[in-house]
Every structure is written in C-alpha cells, then in structure tokens.
Design a protein around this ligand. Structure first.
Ligand SMILES: CC(C)(COP(=O)(O)OP(=O)(O)OC[C@H]1O[C@@H](n2cnc3c(N)ncnc32)[C@H](O)[C@@H]1OP(=O)(O)O)[C@@H](O)C(=O)NCCC(=O)NCCS
Length: 246
C-alpha cells in the first residue's frame, strides 16, 4: 500500500453540475473511477473492461441530476484564500467518492419483490440511493468512508429541506452492498442503516442510473444468474430532514 506523504487534510466537495471547467472535472471523475476499478475489481457492480469503453458523454450524465457526486480531496497545504471549491477539485488529489441519487419517485424507488420495508407515509419522505462509495487504498482506515456516508446523509437532508421544507419530513437513504463483506455491513449498521431486503444486479444498475448498460437479452441461464439473482443486501436509514445534526 502506498504511503501518504506527511499530514493531510480531507475535504468533501460536490462536483458542480454547471461549471466552465465541467469537461475537466468529468475527465478527472472518469480517470479516478477507472483507476478505482482497476485497483478494486470486486468493489463495484461495474467492471473496468466495460467502463473503459464508455463515451465521455456517459460519464458526464453520471454527474448530472438526479446524481450528486461527492469527492473527498486530500490537501497537504491549506487552500489559498481565493481558492474556490472548484479550484480545489481541479488541483488536489481525489482520494474518495460517493454518489447520492435522488430524490426518487416512490414508483421507481420501491422494489416490491426485494422485501424492502413499506413506509408509513410515502408523501412525508424523500427517497435517495447511495452508490459508488470508494476510498483509495493509501487513505483507508482513516474514517473517510464514514465521513463520505455522513456527507451523503447531510446532502439528502439538505436537499430535502430545499425541495420540501424540513418540518416533519424524512429522507430515506438506501444502498446496496455485497453481504459477504461483513466489515462493510457492520460499518453501515454502526451508522444506523438497517437491512432492507435483497436486490438483483439489474435493480442495482437501474438504481445507480446505469439502466442503459443492462443487456437487452438476459434470458439465458448464465445471464439470469448474473442479472436476476437476489444476492445484494439492501440497507437503508431514514433520517429526519428538519435538523442539520447527524
Ligand atoms: C469499503 C471502503 C469504502 C472502506 O473505506 P475506508 O476509508 O477504509 O473506511 P473507514 O476508514 O471509514 O472505515 C470504516 C469502518 O470499516 C472498517 N474497515 C474498513 N476497511 C476494512 C477492512 N478491509 N477489513 C475490516 N474492517 C475494515 C474500519 O475499521 C472502520 O470500522 P470502525 O468504525 O469500527 O473503526 C474501501 O475499502 C473501498 O473503497 N473498497 C472498495 C469499494 C467498495 O467495496 N465500496 C463499497 C460499496 S457498497
């Protein structure tokens, strides 16, 4: 594992969806994710060999609404007084990421066959999907994944307040993960997420915004096993949108 040189500060920033430098940010997002996929072939639902073939327009689409991509940057020196968030994103190393998708309509969010809990009042909550959580190997074990998940929860709350007003509203944040990664399941449990059914790879691709990458024909035994088997663990946490605190 590569050593981290000296003390560093971690800052979590959203990738702006409108920016004169958007094409550079999209390219950096693509390069960071491809490097992550190469380093961690089993960490994601998508694979490097397929992702590397996508046009840049697909990567740009992944940063557009309804997605909010959060990036953890590491800085060795404090930012200059005139450095904007965007300057930091352009200049500094990206050492972690996570994406929040939403708010999502109940009709597409709810997966009837997955065993997902039915909310008491779907009109009093917003719905979000967390995906793409990654930290680079040299910076692991420093709490960055938890920091990113907390930033995702804060973003879901903040966006809910902006969309719906906070009073009495809740934000339901869901994720899918590999249940064999016990430490990951324990991390999410420790952060207040609860089991919320089992998902298929097809459902994961749709929830991640990658529906167009699902093959048209998944009818063979092999494809059914890959795309339609219910093996992913869904977890979710419902947070009160009316307060800033976690
Ligand atoms: C999963 C991942 C994001 C964890 O990142 P991280 O920055 O090391 O996580 P944190 O430092 O915040 O650690 C969170 C907790 O998990 C534990 N943990 C992290 N990696 C671990 C490992 N490989 N084995 C056992 N425990 C581990 C930490 O000890 C910590 O537990 P604690 O709160 O009891 O101290 C990172 O390993 C990764 O990017 N993996 C590949 C992609 C992936 O699997 N993403 C998850 C998609 S759902």
């Amino acid at each position: 594992m590569a050593e981290v040189p000296g003390p560093v500060t971690y800052t979590i920033l959203p990738i702006p969806t409108t920016s004169p430098r958007l094409s550079n940010l999209v390219a950096k997002f693509r390069d960071t994710k491809l490097a992550a996929l190469e380093a961690e072939p089993t960490g994601f639902a998508v694979k490097h060999a397929e992702e590397v073939l996508h046009p840049i327009s697909l990567w740009q689409q992944r940063l557009a609404a309804p997605s909010t991509a959060l990036i953890c940057v590491s800085t060795s020196n404090p930012p200059g007084p005139s450095d904007s968030d965007e300057d930091m994103l352009m200049k500094e190393d990206w050492v972690g990421m996570a994406t929040l998708r939403g708010s999502l309509p109940y009709s597409t969010f709810h997966l009837p066959e997955s065993g997902q809990p039915i909310p008491d009042d779907p009109d009093r909550e917003t719905r979000w999907h967390l995906c793409n959580l990654y930290t680079s190997q040299a910076h692991r074990g420093r709490g960055l994944a938890k920091k990113l998940v907390n930033a995702i929860l804060a973003s879901a709350r903040g966006q809910t307040r902006r969309l719906e007003g906070g009073q009495g509203m809740k934000a339901r944040v869901r994720l899918f993960c590999d249940p064999s990664k016990t430490f990951l399941v324990n991390m999410y449990k420790g952060m207040g997420f609860e089991d919320a059914g089992m998902c298929t790879l097809r459902e994961a691709f749709v929830a991640n915004g990658d529906e167009e990458l699902i093959p048209a024909d998944t009818g063979s035994t092999e494809a059914m096993w890959k795309w339609e088997r219910r093996y992913g663990l869904a977890m979710e946490r419902v947070v009160d949108a009316g307060t800033e605190a976690d």
